[in-house]
Every structure is written in structure tokens, then in C-alpha cells.
Design a binder for this molecule. Structure first.
Ligand code: 5GP
Length: 190
């Protein structure tokens, strides 16, 4: 998506550890009109698939999930990272290793909101190693929900997540795929 690529080229900053910061428009300050355009791209690709929910992980996936869900007219369901005692045992649980913080955490989704009659589109702001997506896939499997596909704003193509998920048979639609990036600010797209 040209619009997204040009924003990344203009505003992206590369940090040690292969971290790209785009928090001027994607995951800290949020450009809602860009989000809306990205949500529409996902809608055009997946609109005929009978999607019932847009699923992501809190917190940075929530804004793209909301703008995508608005086009589909379905709810957003985001996996929670914090353990809420009052949800009790009625949750699906999976473990995810955080790319940006390098630690393992649990994600939970209430059994009330996901089940065999659901067909979900998984979305996130970034795809790197693929742990976040695999956690969501695990939860969908536990719930026996179907997965229509995966929508990603920025895939770092030099990391293995995208390739692994495609090999697993999932349709991964990434709006920008970064081929390489370096700390001097050079970013190339696939
Ligand atoms: P993965 O689980 O695929 O390794 O990483 C995806 C998750 O880590 C996303 O939810 C995203 O929030 C975060 N992440 C991964 N790489 C980057 C990055 O380069 N920049 C930012 N801002 N977040 C990232």
C-alpha cells in the first residue's frame, strides 16, 4: 500500500534489535484516516468470507482492528494481556513471547465471545517472528473458531513470521512488507 509505505519512509525510525518505530501514526499517536484506508483494504480482500469478528491482541492492534471492523460491521475481539480474576475459568488462554519486550505473557479471551460459529480475521500492527499471531491462532483452535485470514499493517519480511504462517496455510495480507532496514534510517520495501 503506497500510502503506508510513504508514511513509513518519512516517519519511521529504526532502533536496535530490528525495531521500527512508527508511533507518530500507527501505535501511539494514531492517524485515523490512514487507519480507515487500511481497514478498507482488508475489507476488500476478505469481504466475501462471512467474517463474524475481527480479532487482535491488546493494545497496539486495537486501533487497526477497530477501523477494520467498522468496514465489516462486526465486533472487535481483543485478547487481553492482563489477568482479570473475575473472568475466572471461562477463558481460553495461550502464551505469547513479546517481540518488543522479550518476555513471555499470557493472553486470554472469554469463552463467551468466541466459539465454533465464528469466522475471524486476525489483524495486528506488526508481524515479526509471529508469536502474537500464533497465540491468537491457538486461541481460535481452542474455541473451534475458523480463521479466514490474517491482516497485517507492517510485516518485517526479513523475520520469519510471515513465511511460517503462510507455510501453515494461512492467507497473510500485509499492507507493507519491509525487505530490509538499518539504523541509519534506510528502509527498503518488498
Ligand atoms: P511477533 O509476535 O510477530 O514477533 O511481533 C508482533 C508484535 O510485536 C506486534 O503485536 C507488535 O506490537 C510488536 N512488534 C514487533 N515488531 C515490532 C516493531 O518493529 N515495531 C513495533 N513498534 N512493534 C513491533
Amino acid at each position: 500500500m503506497e500510502l503506508l509505505e510513504s508514511r513509513i519512509a518519512e516517519e519511521g525510525r529504526v532502533y536496535p534489535g530490528n525495531v521500527l518505530k512508527v508511533d507518530s501514526f500507527l501505535n501511539h499517536q494514531v492517524d485515523i484516516s490512514l487507519m480507515d484506508r487500511m481497514g478498507e483494504e482488508f475489507y476488500q480482500r476478505f469481504k466475501d468470507q462471512g467474517i463474524t469478528k475481527i480479532m487482535t491482541i491488546e493494545s497496539s492492534g486495537i486501533s487497526i482492528a477497530c477501523s477494520t471492523a467498522r468496514h465489516f460491521g462486526v465486533p472487535v475481539l481483543f485478547a487481553k494481556k492482563s489477568k482479570s480474576l473475575n473472568i475466572g475459568k471461562d477463558v481460553f488462554v495461550s502464551k505469547v513471547t513479546s517481540f518488543t519486550y522479550q518476555k513471555e505473557y499470557e493472553i486470554t479471551v472469554s469463552k463467551r465471545y468466541l466459539g465454533p460459529s465464528d469466522k475471524v480475521l486476525l489483524v495486528d500492527d506488526f508481524l515479526a517472528i509471529g508469536h502474537a499471531m500464533k497465540g491468537l491462532i491457538d486461541i481460535c483452535k481452542q474455541a473451534e473458531a475458523k480463521i479466514a485470514g490474517i491482516g497485517i499493517c507492517i510485516e518485517k519480511g526479513f523475520q520469519q513470521g510471515g513465511e511460517e504462517l503462510r507455510k501453515m496455510g494461512y492467507e497473510v495480507m500485509s499492507l507493507a512488507v519491509i525487505e530490509s532496514m538499518s539504523e541509519d534510517g534506510t528502509i527498503t520495501f518488498r
